[in-house]
Design a protein around this ligand. Sequence first.
Ligand SMILES: Nc1ncnc2c1ncn2[C@@H]1O[C@H](COP(=O)(O)OP(=O)(O)OP(=O)(O)O)[C@@H](O)[C@H]1O
Length: 311
Amino acid sequence: MHSAGGTPAVEAVGLVKRYGGTAAVDGLDLTVRTGTVTAVLGPNGAGKTTTIECCEGYRVPDAGRLRVLGLDPATQAATLRPRIGVMLQEGGIYPGIRALEMLRHVAGLHAHPLDVPELAERLGLDSCGRTPYRRLSGGQRQRLALALAVVGRPELVFLDEPTAGLDPQARHATWDLIRELRADGVTTVLTTHFMDEAEELADEVAIVDAGRVIAHGSPAELSRGGSADVLRFSGRPGLDLASLRAALPAGSQAEEPSPGNYRITGDVGPRLLATVTAWCAQHGVLADRISTRRHTLEDVFLELTGKELRS
Ligand SMILES: Nc1ncnc2c1ncn2[C@@H]1O[C@H](COP(=O)(O)OP(=O)(O)OP(=O)(O)O)[C@@H](O)[C@H]1O
């Protein structure tokens, strides 16, 4: 069993990894609590994969302190590896091996593996189980890599873009699997470019840019930061904004950015919507084109990391 408190599953302080003169990871601080799902988000080239590879012991940091399950992955990889699950990159799998053979082989290396046929069925690998690896589709390879990462019942699993290239069915099967791992006390660290995936799965989100964590918190905490939620409606121009503002809950704002178009910011929820429509009814206003837009993790991500493309 894994304790919920105590030693974090991952603890990185001031982590640095350079390639040549360039720091891909540049003073990164990250704590992953045991038993949680942590999503590491960031633009292309932010240093996510490099960080994960340092945690897995595949890359040696140039500076900083890194502990994974309390161990130093650079010097204690042999002790650490049997306790963690990693998604192997393409090059790590023999091209002629069949998918189920590979899964059985890796399961056989562990003392208490998951049931191979059941896992294969869950991830839709049973029908392609006899197909050599080199003939598997991109999505099938991705699902096999995920199965290989979890089959040994690791305490901690690192999933680098686990649902990239997957169809919606496989994506949901993957999400269900990650939720079950969490229910079993397994810690998951995943990278993703899908904000909805992070919102669905993650207890904690770390946003990485230029090799550092620039924001950290639960999806709800992060979404509460930054710009506010917005409710918009149209009506006749020149409504009495002072009266409308007086009716709104504290902390809300009302404005008319262009004639007849109204914009209300604040805690946009059922109560605010009811207040606005009640005020409109009292003042003989037929509110038209009412829309609400809640601030999403994607909004926060773009606010923090900007909209320009990364090289
Ligand atoms: N082996 C390497 N040699 C030289 N530079 C590298 C190497 N691996 C990664 N880099 C560079 O380090 C930076 C961080 O790369 P990394 O793969 O960690 O980013 P990432 O956040 O995972 O990006 P993506 O979202 O595109 O997968 C990039 O600028 C990348 O070009």
